[in-house]
Design a protein around this ligand. Structure first.
Ligand code: ZN
Length: 75
């Protein structure tokens, strides 16, 4: 099974070294979004709804969701 990994720096949060790692895409995505929502609350607070959506979308895209599987629409 392929290992799924996403780092905060991968999605544009450069002041954090957090890495989310696992085998289940949904699990890794969920944990990463939870990390962003709890650890980067301030960052999200400074963002517009659109920017916040783009950030979360980057997590999904980075994990390979927009690979053509049709799970998410392309931006
Ligand atoms: Zn982080």
């Amino acid at each position: 099974m392929k290992t799924r990994m996403v780092k905060c720096s991968d999605v544009g949060i450069n002041n954090c070294t957090h890495i989310e790692l696992g085998y289940d895409l949904d699990e890794v995505e969920k944990k990463m979004l939870t990390h962003i929502e709890t650890e980067h609350k301030d960052l999200l607070g400074d963002m517009s709804e659109q920017e916040e959506h783009a950030l979360k979308h980057r997590v999904s895209t980075f994990l390979g969701r927009s690979c053509g599987c049709g799970h998410l629409e392309m931006p």
